[in-house]
Design a protein around this ligand. Structure first.
Ligand code: NDP
Length: 327
């Protein structure tokens, strides 16, 4: 039998975690031939432990043939021991009176600790996806605190923003989303992100200049504020769609994106004037074997450059605000 892949997940009982667990265990991540092992983190409180116990009882009751083993952990070093694939979803939610910088610091502490634990115990070929917000900077903090791991092992989730952009384009074209390609999102997973449809293809054909500038402006705003719209309508933040995007991201990264362009927030290699190491949303191609390449030759205009600078500067400021959490 094929050896199970060791997957570690933080925040497994939160809304996103609860949605992703069952999909991973059913084979949606690595396919229906690949057994997996799940290592799950519970905080050291009776409520957390009990929630995780109940969730694991449900996982067991699904009798998933691919779920070879699962274990609960409170210690992050134990959690990450030998982990090959890691979803960092758990994060402190923004509380009343907290601004973005308070959240940055509160969560920064978590990701510093987790970066160090990954550095010590994870597989040297681990692939880490940070979902917990502010995800780009959390990934940056974890990466910087894991100097013995490859920088390219770390990424943050912006695939949800790409999926949202593709869905809005499909609605506008009144066409199925399956034919839509070459939509991607630059920058920070925040209101400054820049969804780019200049190279949009539908069923292989370029659809340049199909959209009037006013629609494009609304589209950019709409994608950037979609999370807030969902909270307003649903009374809770995006969960199943975030879980689904996290699966898309990790599956494409590890198994390959089949020649399709996909958005990943990854450490910059200096392309497009983004400082090296900053975790920035780029258009990427994944050739398989857990690798990605930033597409570094996308044509730029003055306007696109201006938008990239805004989101870049926001990330630079976030990195400055957590400078004391970096070694
Ligand atoms: P929930 O509030 O439902 O769950 C949060 C999880 O984080 C819980 O499992 C909780 O653990 C854990 N947690 C809370 N505080 C801490 C802490 N101090 N240390 C460690 N773990 C903690 O949140 P969601 O599942 O809805 O969202 C998770 C994260 O994903 C959030 O940061 C959210 O903003 C982000 N997100 C990112 C998106 C993206 O596209 N990048 C999209 C949508 C959300 P416990 O069970 O012990 O309480």
């Amino acid at each position: 039998m094929t050896r199970p892949i060791r997957i570690a997940i933080t925040g497994p009982c939160g809304s996103i975690g609860y949605s992703i667990l069952f999909r991973i265990a059913s084979g949606d991540l690595f396919g229906h031939q690949q057994p997996i092992e799940l290592r799950l983190l519970a905080r050291n409180t009776p409520e957390s432990q009990s929630r995780l116990k109940g969730t694991m009882m449900e996982l067991a009751d699904c009798a998933f043939p691919l779920l070879a083993e699962m274990s609960a952990h409170t210690d992050e070093k134990e959690l990450f021991d030998g982990a090959e694939c890691v979803f960092l979803i758990g994060a402190q939610p923004r509380k009343d009176g907290m601004d973005r910088s308070d959240l940055l610091r509160a969560n920064g502490e978590i990701f510093r600790r987790q970066g160090r634990a990954l550095n010590e115990r994870a597989s040297r070929d681990v692939r880490v996806l940070v979902v917990g917000n502010p995800c780009n900077t959390n990934a940056y903090i974890a990466m910087r605190n894991a100097p013995d791991l490859k920088r390219e092992s770390f990424s943050a989730l912006m695939r949800l923003d790409q999926n949202r952009a593709m869905a809005r384009v499909a609605e506008k074209l009144e066409a199925p989303v399956s034919g839509i390609e070459q939509v991607f999102v630059w920058g920070n997973h925040s209101n400054t992100m820049y969804p780019d449809i200049r190279f949009l293809r539908y069923k292989g054909h370029r659809l340049a200049d199909q959209f009037d500038p006013q629609w494009q402006e609304e589209f950019i705003k709409n994608v950037a504020t979609r999370g807030g719209q969902i909270i307003k309508a649903r009374g809770a933040s995006s969960a199943a769609s975030a879980a689904s995007a996290a699966l898309d991201h990790m599956r494409d990264w590890i198994l390959g994106s089949q020649g399709k362009c996909c958005t990943m927030a990854v450490p910059s290699d200096g392309s497009y004037g983004i400082p090296e190491g900053l975790v920035f949303g780029f258009p990427c191609l994944c050739p398989g074997e857990a690798r990605y390449q930033i597409i570094s030759n996308m044509p730029m205009t003055q306007e696109v450059r201006r938008r990239l600078e805004i989101t870049r500067d926001e990330l630079i400021n976030e990195a400055r605000a957590v400078a004391d959490l970096l070694p």
